[in-house]
Every structure is written in C-alpha cells, then in structure tokens.
Design a protein around this ligand. Structure first.
Ligand SMILES: Nc1nc2c(ncn2[C@@H]2O[C@H](COP(=O)(O)OP(=O)(O)OP(=O)(O)O)[C@@H](O)[C@H]2O)c(=O)[nH]1
Ligand SMILES: [Mg+2]
Length: 299
C-alpha cells in the first residue's frame, strides 16, 4: 500500500502526494516516507509567511502564488491553520482566500492543522517540505500561525521568513512584543491601502535601526489593491538563503539525525536537543556534535 503510494508519488501523481501528506500529518509511516525520499532537489527555496491572526497571510500567499505562476514558476503552499481541519471552517476559509485552480499542475495548496499551543507550524512540516520539494515544485510557501515565540521554529524551516504587520488601532505592536521581528528577513507592511501604513513603516524602520539588528527589507504591500507584490517576490528571491536544506551535507545529516532521534528516543530528546543547541551556537563542529550524539545514544 505504502510502496504503491510512493511509486505513484515518484511518478508525480498529485493524489499520491496528498495521501502521503495526510499520513505524515497524522504522524504515520514517517520513517518509511523519509527513507524513500532522495536527498536531491533540496535547493528549492522555502518561504515562510508569518504574522498575527488576520494580518492577511492567506490572502498574500494567494497573490504571491499568482505572481510566481505568471513568472512560470510552480508553487506548493503549505498553509498551517490554528484550527482543526475537522471543523472545516478554517480550512475552507483559507481555501476561499487562495486561488483554487485544480486544473493548474503548477499550483498545489494544502491546509494543515497546526497543533494548538505555541507552535507556529504543523507537526512534521519539515518532512512535508521535503516531499513537495521532491515532487518538483519550484517554490514552497509555508503559511504559519502567528504564534509569537513559537515562530522561532519557522526560522529553522525556511530560507526566507516574511513577517506581515498591519496598521493597527492604537500603539499596540503585538508582533513586536512577541519578538517576531527577530526572525524576519523581510517585513511587509501589509494592507498598505489602510490608513496608518506610512506611520507603521516608520515605526518598523526605527525599530530595525536599533543597534544589533540585522539588515531587513521593509516593503509596503496591499493584496487588496495588488500593489507591491512583484517587488515583494524580487526581494524574497534576492534574500541570501540560509536554510537547513542548503547547508553542507554534514549539517543536513545532523539535522535529520536529530529528527529521527527525537522520534525514536523520546526519553533522550533533551540531551539530543542540548547537543544540537551547542552545535548551533558553534560550540561544537559537526563532527564533534555527531560524536556527542553517539554518546547520548550509547547511554
Ligand atoms: N484592507 C485590506 N484588507 C486585506 C488585505 N489583505 C487581506 N485583507 C483582509 O484581511 C482579513 C484577513 O485575511 P487573511 O488572509 O485571512 O489573514 P490571515 O493572516 O491568513 O488570517 P489567519 O490565517 O486567520 O491568521 C480578510 O478579511 C481579508 O480580506 C489588504 O491588502 N488590504
Ligand atoms: Mg490564514
């Protein structure tokens, strides 16, 4: 059954892709599916779109997909939703705001339930990203749940993180309190058709000019008025990539090892995480980190 699905997936059957994604979303057959993927095609850019609820993520993702399609690029969208797809509402809502062209082989949209709590993306979305990359899409866009600190996980998954903010009533910059600015490569002042966009842009630029901030592009975009969208894509495309997916082989290996370990040796997840954290802080090189992981396992 799984073998047949995988064979159909390799033959670029979208129904097989959908079924496999469902298995992964349920946490089933993870290892077999992971093992069946070849490490090829992992240079596919992954763009995360994040921001608070209602800031227009789904709408913008839909518009961005149209820009990409017009350029002849195929796009897979993984839309993480705070609600269970069982309720139907959120799922259908997202679909409604995104273009649905079932006949377009260059566009694939998948809604995923993100677990409630602090996580910004659905579980195993890393594996799903690899799957759609392998399926052959040119660009992968992940819509995340604006879950504040939980979005840090997004940093690990994506080459480019786009943070959406919108003119809000009052001075309550929620996304700033949540630390979202820290993970962004591009900040979009979204709904730029609304009053207050200019003021918000200067607030954001001011925050970003504080010492210690990375260089981050700031753009005004209105999905409703269709302005700033092509500029947004060219900005994203010119961002330096620093994905897990394009790191040197050893580091990819280490990260995959971490996932497998976390699944198989749940009791040692803490120790594994500790080693990986030290590697990330450059306290260990990749060989040392691999050695330490072996120690953790041999215990
Ligand atoms: N004025 C204006 N409204 C917009 C724009 N883009 C989206 N909206 C509206 O903003 C609302 C929320 O849009 P969504 O795309 O659902 O936002 P979201 O961030 O995906 O929402 P969640 O997934 O629920 O967090 C909708 O009513 C949209 O019509 C825009 O450019 N301008
Ligand atoms: Mg949405």
């Amino acid at each position: 059954m799984l073998d047949e699905l995988l064979a159909r997936f390799q033959a670029r059957d979208r129904l097989a892709l959908a079924r496999l994604l469902t298995l992964v979303a349920r946490g089933e057959q993870l290892e077999a599916i992971r093992a069946a993927l070849s490490p090829k095609n992992e240079t596919t850019p992954v763009v995360a779109i994040t921001g608070n609820a209602g800031v227009g993520k789904s709408t913008l993702v839909g518009k961005l997909a149209e820009v990409l399609r017009a350029e002849g690029k195929s796009v897979a969208i993984l839309a993480c939703d705070p609600q269970s797809p069982l309720t139907g509402g959120a799922l259908l809502g997202d679909r409604a705001r995104m273009p649905t062209h079932p006949e377009d082989p260059g566009l694939y949209i998948r809604s995923l339930a993100a677990p409630s709590g602090h996580q910004a993306v659905a579980q195993h979305v890393d594996l799903m990203i690899r799957m759609v990359a392998q399926f052959g899409f040119d660009v992968i866009v992940v819509e995340t749940v604006g879950a504040g600190q939980g979005d840090i996980a997004v940093r690990e998954l994506a080459d480019v993180v786009v943070l959406l903010v919108q003119p809000e009533s009052g001075d309550d910059l929620q996304w700033e309190k949540a630390g979202l600015l820290e993970i962004a490569d591009v900040v979009v002042i979204h709904k730029a058709d609304l009053p207050g966009a200019e003021r918000l842009e200067s607030q954001v630029r001011e925050l970003l000019s504080l010492p210690g901030c990375r260089e981050i592009a700031v753009l005004r975009v209105s999905s409703a008025k269709q302005t700033g969208l092509t500029e947004l894509w060219s900005t994203i495309a010119s961002c330096p990539r620093r994905s897990t997916l394009i790191e040197p082989d050893g580091q990819v290996l280490l990260r995959h090892a971490q996932q497998v370990l976390a699944e198989r040796f749940q009791d040692r997840a803490g120790s594994v995480g500790h080693v990986v954290d030290r590697w990330k802080r450059h306290e260990l090189d990749v060989t040392q980190a691999a050695d330490e992981l072996l120690h953790v396992l041999a215990r």
